[in-house]
Design a protein around this ligand. Sequence first.
Ligand code: SAM
Length: 194
Amino acid sequence: MTLARLAGPIRRWLYAGGTRQDRLRDPDAVIAVVDLRPGMVIADLGPGAGHFTLRLARAVEPNGVVYALDASRSTLDDLRRAADQRGITTLRPVPVRRDHLDIPEPVDLLFVSATYHHLPDPPNYFAEARTHLRPGARVAILESRREGLLARWRGRHASSPRRVVREMTDAGYRLSATHDVVRGYWYGLFEVGH
Ligand SMILES: C[S@@+](CC[C@H](N)C(=O)[O-])C[C@H]1O[C@@H](n2cnc3c(N)ncnc32)[C@H](O)[C@@H]1O
């Protein structure tokens, strides 16, 4: 029996911290919140296998761009192949340093899912990121909360929401909205300014 087949209450208790598998993080619900339009320019920091990235790339078709920024070149190679197989032409893989954001052009949305906790110095990283944002741009952060049995056990793959908000405020952003669309995950939208 897989964990996903466990009785609902047990499964919810185990996965309360958001350490569930990708298929349980509803990508359509997450993306609906950011209200995308064709032609937008987006950066997805730490796209991984593209659970959200490929949908972001579809949403900005036909003339938008999604920059997939990852420190792992093999991850970007796999992602490029996945996009090619689906006929997606709006994806641009860009290798980045782990401590420094570099985007080829300013973006309307910087999307950061399950990657915040990987950044060595988030306040400096996101302060610097402001120069890569278009006026009115948003930063969307989806991050496993440090709550629940599995999340506490795998605590380094999560961040407390309070810490994220404090660090983003220090970096010069204000929290404009939060959305409770993935159990165990905190999802916040930030804009530049206080
Ligand atoms: C846990 S995966 C998240 C994947 C995807 N965003 C999701 O939510 O399914 C983290 C990804 O971030 C990348 N990564 C880790 N640290 C990074 C950094 N400092 N800068 C850029 N990418 C990073 C990893 O290579 C990996 O692809």
